[in-house]
Design a protein around this ligand. Sequence first.
Ligand code: AMP
Ligand code: ZN
Length: 118
Amino acid sequence: MAGEPQADCLFCKIVAGEVPADVVLDTATTLAFRDINPQAPTHVLVVPKAHYPNAAALAAEPPLSADVLSTAGQIARLEGIDESGYRIVLNTGSGAGQTVFHVHAHVLGGRGLRWPPG
Ligand code: AMP
Ligand code: ZN
């Protein structure tokens, strides 16, 4: 069922505390933790605690979509990158680089970010 934990999902395991993570912010509906392979001085992943495979599936739950973006904004403020600028990335599909199919927003900042992304 939509939103139910998936036994084989890494980010469900992190949410459940079964896999350790460097947690930055824990809200009622979201968890933010540092990416294990950071691509910028700040690289934090924001996930809904409920399992949705990608952004389009998450959009079926509008309050949860807003919660993920709200947490991303809070992370930017906590990390001190809200003034300099930062990027929120939702890779969607393996062709776009998605490797974990539990939706997550990358919050990237602390360095110059080129456009278009690679
Ligand atoms: P994506 O490629 O958009 O699906 O992003 C998945 C991200 O998860 C990558 O940036 C990985 O470095 C990151 N990642 C993989 N395993 C872990 C982990 N155990 N803890 C934190 N981040 C992870
Ligand atoms: Zn999951």
